[in-house]
Design a protein. Structure first.
Ligand code: GLN
Length: 489
């Protein structure tokens, strides 16, 4: 039996009893065993919970009730999202044996909606990175070409969804970690507005930037997940009481028009240094396509873009250095044998943190220290406000912005790992959304340089409905989902 490749398809099959929840769960488990596990596998899943998944499916079948929105839909959680009784390693040796004592709000909401968890998936250590190579737990490859990175930090999520080892995955995006891996693996990924989804139960990187969202085969799948996980949560004070729309009502239509939509193209993005010529060409094709579908395209200038990377890295590393202080080998983290507290602190952190995390702690501690705080941290906070204002005024002129996601498609494993600065600079198109707190949706369009590529649609904070609507039309017009199905199933 062939697998359903979207949530809507799976739902229909379950509701009409064409397949049982147990059979569906087993189909995905078999794929994970075949394509993910072992030496020659993709290496996306860090831990699985197949027995629990099967039991949950059996229970659903016995009840015969598939009315819950995600009843029987198999999925995975990035290994920074707490699921009670399962590990939550954050891709780090320091949390290698840490078992989550509770469910993150998203995990709880998904369970209540009937979704079936298959396991946890790989991430760069503490979500710092853009290739998944910073994971201390295992190596994950890109299913389109095993010598390429799957993107990061949600690389386990992107590779597993592209290979249909689940129908969606929950990832986090602090500076592009959902949109960029989705782009590298040819799937859709939604970075929600800051505060749209509760961060409770997630291991944080930079608390004022972190956002939680889905990586999924289609925009419609993203919408269906978003309407479950979005909303106010009393456990996260940054989630406002803004109504949660029925997002899938705008993505389930097959109508292909963008008439009446005004979409901006960011001048500074198209002129960015390092943008691969083929990616640029493909991006221009997306703009033409949007125009052909009826959208009005206007050029928008965001001159502060040139400060985005330094501002972002300065701030996230400062927040990270504070967040990481808790890993002291006492309450969290592995313990080494030590004479005193100072030694324990030093030994644990030297031994169990990876290079990128140590870089974050050093950079962050420096910029927060007395004497440098005003010159670096405070100044970056001010620039962040200006960048946000620049986006606010752009959204007075347009409904959404269209932009590339990454300056290049998936690169070779090992190619950039020793060059952190190049890696940082490659985040140019993604980090501004997190600085400004707005939403962004990455969609696949076509293959470029033999690997999947696509664009992102950026929207004003809490206008997920608009970007999902636009993204859905473009995604269907490009039809990349058929290409993926052809190669991956
Ligand atoms: N590559 C970026 C960083 O390391 C983004 C990571 C993320 O969004 N979690 O900060």
């Amino acid at each position: 039996m062939t697998i359903p490749t979207t949530i809507a398809q799976a739902k229909k099959m379950l509701e009409t009893k064409e397949i049982t929840a147990l059979d569906l769960t087993n189909l995905f488990i078999q794929r994970i065993e075949k394509f993910d596990a072992g030496e020659n596998g993709i290496g996306a899943y860090t831990e699985t919970c197949f027995d629990i998944a099967r039991k949950q499916a059996e229970k659903l079948d016995a009840s015969g009730d598939f009315s819950k929105p995600l009843a029987g839909i198999p999925y995975s959680l990035k290994d920074v999202v707490s699921k009670k009784g399962m590990k939550n390693t954050a891709g780090s040796k320091i949390l290698e044996n840490y078992i989550a004592p509770h469910d993150a709000t998203v995990a709880k909401k998904l369970e209540d909606s009937g979704a079936i968890l298959l396991g946890k998936v790989n991430t760069d250590e503490f979500t710092m990175g853009s290739s998944c190579e910073n994971s201390a737990i295992q190596k994950t490859v890109n299913p389109w070409n095993y010598s390429k990175v799957p993107g990061g930090s949600s690389g386990g999520g992107s590779s597993s969804v592209a290979k249909y080892l689940g129908l969606f995955s929950i990832g986090t995006d602090t500076g592009g970690s959902i949109r960029q891996p989705a782009n590298f693996c040819g799937i859709s990924g939604l970075k929600v507005s800051y505060g749209r989804v509760s961060r409770s139960g997630i291991i944080s990187y930079a608390s004022s930037f972190d956002s939680i969202g889905p990586l999924a085969p289609t925009v419609d799948c993203c919408a269906r997940v978003l309407e479950i996980i979005a909303g106010h949560d009393e456990k996260d004070a940054t989630t406002p009481e803004i109504e949660v729309s029925q997002y899938s009502s705008v993505t389930s239509s097959d109508e292909k028009t963008l008439a009446g939509k005004k979409i901006g193209v960011i001048k500074e993005f198209t002129e960015a240094e390092g943008l691969d010529a083929e990616i640029k060409k493909s991006f221009e094709k997306s703009i033409e396509t949007a125009k052909k579908l009826g959208a009005e395209i206007v050029e928008i200038s965001l001159p502060l873009t040139k400060y985005a990377i330094p501002t972002y890295y300065l701030l996230v590393k400062a927040e990270a250095s504070t967040n990481l202080a808790r890993y002291d080998g006492i309450r969290f983290g592995s313990t080494s044998e030590c004479e005193n507290l100072d030694e324990q602190y030093l030994k644990t952190r030297s031994e169990f943190f990876g290079e990128e995390v140590k870089r974050a702690i050093m950079m962050g501690t420096y910029t927060l220290s007395a004497g440098y705080f005003d010159a670096y941290y405070l100044k970056a906070c001010k620039v962040r406000t200006l960048i946000k204002q620049e986006y606010d005024s752009a959204f007075e002129k347009v409904d959404a912005l269209i932009a590339p996601v990454s300056p290049f498609s998936a690169f070779n494993i090992g190619e950039k790992i020793d060059d952190p600065l190049t890696m940082y600079l490659a985040d140019i198109f993604t980090v501004t959304a997190n600085l400004a707190g707005i939403c962004g949706l990455s969609i696949p369009t076509e293959k470029v340089n033999d690997m999947p590529s696509g664009v992102q649609i950026l929207g004003k904070a809490f206008t997920e409905e608009t970007i999902l609507e636009i993204g859905n039309v473009l995604e269907k017009e490009f039809g990349f989902t058929d290409v993926r199905e052809g190669e991956m199933v």
